[in-house]
Design a protein around this ligand. Structure first.
Ligand code: SF4
Length: 511
């Protein structure tokens, strides 16, 4: 069944087509030494479009390309032509999963797409999305977020003899919707939404429509766009820019939006007690050209740099960004301080995720996959090094070491996020509390551990000033430990469903 379909080289035309390319890409996570960074991992990106006169799969492909930063473990598109749903998904980057032939096979009037970094379940093929199910409703679903009641819902569904093919919480949403006895997809979604606890920005396609919905707290982003006379949904507005769509508005927390031949229909299904949009989306996750809550992310991040300088000035000669994530805040520090910015660190732009492990020897030699310091710029200089966050501190420590080796006289670290001390249960994969460098340490102790001459983090008030938002409408739990949703302590961790060994045949064990 699924495993046989995996061998397929392209999507076949059948009502149960759930094909994946037999790509040589493995599912193991790259070694930390060569991963992009040791920061929190982006979660997932979703896209949905209804546009019969357009090449919806090609548009989904380019939209996913723009959302690639939200997940690099797998990519997939499901297209519906009103009769069938064809799903093609696999591990790897968008550009590795799809080619011309595969996109040509994904014909349809509407489509949903997904890029994934696993926040629940392992990164194997069975957990790639969109998830196809055809119980009472034939659907394909793409989800960004994390359910905190996944284990309970899973147990309830298993009691009803519902089978699962994956170990991700996203299939729980798909199973609930697909098994609903409601007459329409919208009614099924409206029935299921109140049962879900946690973060869920989700898009579903069936034979008639694309339905998008967002959790009552609006933890993860979801935006509505217009392309010609038709409509689309995406995790970030930057996905609209690449396909020539215009950004209309964000989907409201608790809202369900349906895209059909008639245009859009909206319904407020689950009004929440409070909003809790992830403030870290502004600081780190979203693309700089995305608009969140009315603010262009690039500008918010630059303001964070300006505020950081106001809160923690220091005598220095040049401002150096940790590229690319530290660039906007470094510009803000430079602008506010009048200290020139220079490229003391060069990023190797062509390092993609690699599945080749460096081994102990190369690691000892200080394999420099990602950054190279420029001695000609940093030698004898007092540096302000700006980055957007520190989780475990391994990469930051390496960067400071490299800059000192290159001759930097002083290294003053400025971080445009507050210290991260608590794990996220709403769709971001962070280290455990104990692995976080700020856990149980003062800022001075962290500076010493990292080898910096000084260290300052932006204050939480500074973050809200920069994003022009209210604390009461956001989640900032990874900085404060104040989790905005009741029952967050019920969240069971990334591999909870695997630990229950719930998948027949044991597939989906942690990678
Ligand atoms: S805990 Fe942090 S990363 Fe997670 S949703 Fe809240 S602010 Fe975002």
């Amino acid at each position: 069944m699924i495993d046989k379909q995996r061998k397929s080289r392209g999507p076949g035309r059948s009502a149960v087509a759930d094909a994946a390319a037999a790509s040589p890409v493995t599912s193991d996570r790259p070694n930390d030494a060569i991963a992009e960074r040791d920061g929190p991992r982006d979660e997932c990106g979703v896209f949905g479009i209804y546009a019969p006169e357009l090449d919806v799969s090609r548009l989904a492909y380019f939209a996913l390309y723009a959302l690639q930063h939200r997940g690099q473990e797998s990519a997939g598109i499901a297209a519906s032509d009103g009769t069938h749903i064809i799903t093609l998904r696999d591990t790897g980057l968008v550009s590795q999963v799809f080619d011309e032939d595969k996109l040509r096979g994904l014909t349809g009037d509407m489509a949903v797409g997904h890029v994934r970094y696993s926040t629940t379940g392992s990164s194997g093929w069975e957990n790639t999305q969109p998830i196809y199910r055809a119980d009472n409703h034939m659907i394909a679903l793409a989800h960004n977020g994390n359910l905190i009641n996944a284990v309970e819902l899973h147990a309830e569904l298993r009691e009803q003899n519902v089978n699962f093919r994956s170990t991700s919480d996203s299939e729980i949403i798909a199973a609930l919707v697909s098994n609903s006895q409601a007459a329409t997809l919208q009614e099924a979604v409206a029935e299921v939404m109140p049962k879900l606890k946690g973060a869920f920005s989700t898009v579903i396609v069936n034979k008639e429509a694309v339905v998008g919905f967002r959790d009552p707290a609006g933890l993860r982003p979801l935006a509505l766009g217009q392309i010609g006379e038709r409509y689309c949904l995406a995790s970030e507005s930057s996905a609209f820019d690449i396909i020539g769509a215009s950004f209309l508005r964000e989907v409201e927390p608790g809202e369900m939006i349906t895209l059909t031949e008639r245009g859009i229909e909206t319904a407020m299904v689950c009004p929440g007690e409070r909003r809790a949009f992830c403030v870290f989306e502004h600081i780190y996750f979203a693309r700089p050209d995305t608009k969140l809550e009315g603010q262009l992310v690039q500008q918010s991040r630059r303001r964070m740099g300006e505020i950081l300088w106001r809160e923690a000035p220091v005598d220095a000669d040049i401002v150096v960004a940790v590229p690319d994530s530290g660039n906007p805040a470094a510009k803000g520090v430079s602008r506010a301080s009048g200290i020139p910015m220079d490229d003391g660190l060069i990023k190797n732009r062509y390092v993609q995720r690699t599945f080749i492990q460096p081994g102990q020897e190369l690691r000892k030699l200080g394999l420099r996959m990602k950054f190279t310091p420029l001695p000609e710029i940093v030698e004898g200089q007092r540096l302000i090094v700006v980055d957007d966050s520190i989780v475990r501190g391994n990469t930051t420590m390496q960067i400071i070491g490299m800059l000192r080796e290159a001759g930097a006289k002083e290294v003053h670290l400025r971080i445009s996020a507050p210290p991260i001390r608590h794990t996220c249960h709403y769709g971001i994969d962070m280290s455990s509390n104990e692995q976080m460098i700020a856990h149980g340490r003062t800022v001075d102790e962290i500076a010493k551990e990292l080898g910096a001459d000084s260290l300052a983090y932006i204050s939480l008030e500074g973050v809200y000033e920069a994003i022009r938002g209210e604390r009461g409408a956001h989640c900032d739990a990874c900085f404060t430990g104040d989790y905005p949703l009741a029952d967050t302590d019920r969240a069971q961790g990334k591999f909870a469903l695997e630990e229950l060994a719930v998948v027949p045949g044991g597939s989906g064990a942690p990678a």
